[in-house]
Design a protein around this ligand. Structure first.
Ligand SMILES: [Zn+2]
Length: 113
């Protein structure tokens, strides 16, 4: 399942970063989800939650998903949200943003006061 591997990637990325910083708990993970990534954020959030059942670092983690709109760019210089036909020259623009899923930030507890 597409969403499962994505949720797992987010989990693995956040886990690595958390351990690098000596986290005792991960409170929040921020993720950018591109509009064109064809991913259902609700499902990713649900699946991500299942990792917390077996990993105490993630027992209370909130997954914050932000939708990133599509940004297309064309050789003629056009930049905007038209993703199939360039309104200036009629060619197929290149998708510059909106296809990726990126962990942008994680919030952790280190157990130090
Ligand atoms: Zn163009």
């Amino acid at each position: 399942m597409h969403e499962y591997s994505i949720a797992y990637d987010i989990y693995a990325t956040a886990r690595r970063a958390a351990l690098d910083h000596g986290a005792t708990e991960v409170t929040k993970v921020h993720v950018d989800i591109g509009e064109m990534s064809m991913v259902n954020p609700e499902q990713v959030i649900f699946l991500f939650g299942t990792f917390g059942e077996e990993d105490s670092l993630f027992a209370k983690t909130v997954l914050e998903c932000r939708k990133v709109p599509v940004k297309a760019r064309c050789a003629c210089g056009y930049e905007g949200t038209e993703r199939y036909v360039c309104p200036r020259c009629g060619k197929l623009p290149e998708i510059a943003e909106g296809r990726e899923i990126v962990v942008t930030n994680i919030e952790i507890e280190t157990g130090e006061a």
